[in-house]
Design a protein around this ligand. Structure first.
Ligand SMILES: NC(=O)c1ccc[n+]([C@@H]2O[C@H](COP(=O)([O-])OP(=O)(O)OC[C@H]3O[C@@H](n4cnc5c(N)ncnc54)[C@H](O)[C@@H]3O)[C@@H](O)[C@H]2O)c1
Ligand SMILES: N[C@H](C(=O)O)[C@H](O)COP(=O)(O)O
Length: 324
């Protein structure tokens, strides 16, 4: 049974949860909502459950809820830091259920990083918080996966200037190892994952004419990974590595910074994209988008990325239980 966190109650999480439930209620995968039931009712039937195992029998006719009350009423589009504790508790409690083996995985509705950080949350988002809760801090990797493309940013939620200073051969190597393991264990890739490594600079540095990071940082990482038997190509010019022809030659693109990977992923497939955290002892996915405060409460949110996240979490969980 999957657990779905409530996310920021003023965002589109409640709306896309309701829409996803209508799509999944007959054939699943089923989930239990961990949040304030007033966010869903009266728009949709809900039923409080005492135990996550009761979720399966409830799901076809109501959203099963593990209740977690908000501190203040949620107003769509107007986030309230008074609810930050409830937002964070939903993530923490869902993680505990997964670590105890009671939940097969967790799917997280979007949170607003600056709202929770305004309440003292010190992480840049779910990913590092989940790693801390799971006791694997520093081993987490963020992947955005869709049927059209998988991207992994080696540096993530930091300023671009900081990302460039954070880029090291060791970080690229460690990230690639985690990605290869996750693609084989959780995604069930039947072959050695083909990893395409992006350059950092235009034209991948043009042999040092436009930057030295490829020569001094990225190529040494590729060389070391190849010596360990990984199927790695690059450094590739990132302006041509996302064409259909180029994408057919790899299973995942290792990108040097957040937008280098997330722009092509969300441009190609915002509805089918899913955020997956690799390197954790639990399964975690989330939609590839955020809280969309600008459209919250207007019945305009597209639920497809959340539905894809729920389906992928169920698939990854099954693959982890019965490895190929
Ligand atoms: N997975 C996550 O928890 C996650 C992901 C990205 C951003 N965020 C957070 O969300 C907040 C807002 O971030 P942002 O504005 O950069 O990104 P966003 O994804 O919330 O919104 C960007 C644009 O895309 C639209 N959009 C997003 N999801 C949509 C959907 N399902 N249907 C229709 N339109 C959709 C929004 O209306 C907006 O115009 C920030 O605080 C950020 O930290 C969270
Ligand atoms: N995938 C989102 C993005 O970067 O656009 C999100 O911010 C990820 O952050 P967390 O899953 O760590 O909250």
């Amino acid at each position: 049974m999957l657990v779905l966190t409530q996310g920021d109650p003023s965002g589109i999480g409640p709306e896309i949860t309701i829409k996803a439930w209508h799509s999944l209620k007959q054939d699943g995968p089923a989930f239990v909502w961990l949040g304030d039931p007033t966010l869903l009712a009266p728009h949709v039937p809900t039923q409080v459950v005492q135990d996550i195992t009761q979720g399966g029998e409830v799901f076809p006719h109501a959203i099963p809820v593990l209740p977690l009350p908000l501190a203040a009423p949620a107003c769509p589009g107007k986030p309230d830091t008074r609810n930050a504790t409830s937002v964070i508790d939903s993530i923490r409690l869902a993680t505990e259920l997964a670590l105890q083996g009671k939940a097969s995985g967790i799917v997280t509705n979007p949170i607003s990083k600056d709202v929770v950080q305004g309440a003292g949350f010190t992480h840049p988002g779910h990913t590092s918080y989940l790693a801390e809760l799971c006791g694997v801090a520093g081993q987490e990797v963020m992947m955005l996966a869709s049927p059209l493309l998988r991207v992994v940013p080696v540096t993530v939620h930091v300023a671009l200037r900081t990302a460039i200073t954070q880029l090291t051969t060791d970080l690229i190597v460690r990230t690639a190892r985690t990605v290869a393991h996750g693609l084989q264990r959780d995604f069930g890739l039947p072959h050695a994952p083909r990893i395409a490594v992006a350059g950092l600079n235009p034209h991948a540095g043009e042999n040092g004419l436009m930057g030295l990071e490829e020569r001094e940082v990225i190529i040494p990482a590729i060389t070391l990974l190849r010596s360990e038997g990984f199927d790695v190509s690059g450094p590739l010019p990132s302006d041509t590595m996302f064409t259909p022809q180029a994408r057919s030659r790899y299973d995942v693109a290792l990108c040097m910074y957040h937008d280098q990977g997330l722009i092509p992923l969300k441009t190609l497939d915002m509805a089918g994209g899913v955020n997956v955290t690799l390197g954790l002892p639990i399964i975690r996915t989330s939609p590839d988008h955020g809280t969309a405060f600008d459209i919250a409460g207007q019945d305009r949110a597209d639920p497809h990325s959340l539905e894809a996240a729920i389906r992928l979490a169920a698939q990854l969980s099954a693959n982890r239980r019965t490895p190929a």
